[in-house]
Design a protein around this ligand. Structure first.
Ligand SMILES: [Zn+2]
Length: 260
């Protein structure tokens, strides 16, 4: 499932391949991914160029004239840029044909993805009440501290609420809590200041680390909890026991010994 680091990868891929080329044709091969009328999408993008990209949480935006294309990758969304029409992915749902003969496909096997238009990323973020992106420059420790202080729920549910922080999925929430030695059920307002700082730092470090590794095609480090998500596994950090539970309706793993 594409998480924030994967969507960052798609944004870089889009920027590297698909900017500054005139869109000659927009082909909608399956309308089920559209959250906008097909005619509207075609009319807004045909004849335009994509000029810049932006990512916010797991949402992707590309500017084209006075509109922005918005993509959400759902569970199986992906992008493919290719020259030869016979390389069109089998599950291409929307394809942009460029003047230079190249194509960009939004593919999505399971159809949980979304393709639509918005007037600006800011308008979309506001309309959908999305919280700040954890890697955005405006997401400072002071801002995070403020968010945490106001919440009484389990800290894991705070990390995963898209209206609080946009783009932290289940694995990343567990990993950030693991690396900052915080038990997922702790209520946010009981976190000490050093714990809030540790959580803020590890959350951002993990996301950046995975983005960088993903670019090089590398795997997650062995010291990460993500590599040990199994009941009874040994904790690579302290040798304790990894336990499985459910928090915020999601399967949660943590170390019984060092996460307090
Ligand atoms: Zn441990």
């Amino acid at each position: 499932m594409p998480e924030l680091p994967e969507v960052e990868g798609y944004a870089r891929y889009f920027a590297q391949h698909a900017l500054r080329q005139r869109v000659a044709r927009v082909r909608v091969r399956d309308e089920r991914v559209l959250a906008v009328r097909k005619e509207q999408l075609v009319r807004a993008l045909r004849g335009r160029e994509f000029t810049r990209v932006r990512r916010h949480g797991k949402h992707f935006f590309a500017e084209a004239g006075d509109r922005w294309l918005h993509l959400h990758f759902g569970m199986t969304g992906d992008l493919a840029y290719y020259r030869d029409a016979k390389d069109e992915p089998r599950f291409a749902r929307v394809v942009f044909d460029f003047d230079n003969g190249a194509h960009l496909a939004f593919e999505d096997i399971r159809l949980f993805g979304v393709v639509d238009l918005t007037t600006s990323p800011e308008a979309y973020i506001e309309e959908h009440a999305l919280g700040p992106d954890p890697l955005d420059a405006t997401f400072t420790l002071a801002r995070f501290r403020d968010i945490v202080a106001k919440r009484r729920g389990a800290v894991k549910s705070l990390l995963m609420s898209q209206d609080v922080i946009a783009g932290m999925g289940n694995l990343y929430a567990d990993e950030a809590l693991y690396q900052s030695s915080i038990q997922p059920r702790r209520t946010a307002d009981t976190l000490r200041d050093d714990e809030v700082r540790a959580l803020y730092t590890s959350m951002r470090r993990i996301l950046r680390d995975v983005i960088a590794r993903r670019e090089k095609g590398g795997d997650w480090p062995r010291r990460y909890l993500t590599m040990h998500r199994e009941e009874g596994e040994r904790c690579p950090q302290c040798g304790g026991t990894i336990v499985r539970t459910v928090v915020f309706g999601r399967t949660t793993y943590y170390c019984k010994s060092h996460q307090r």
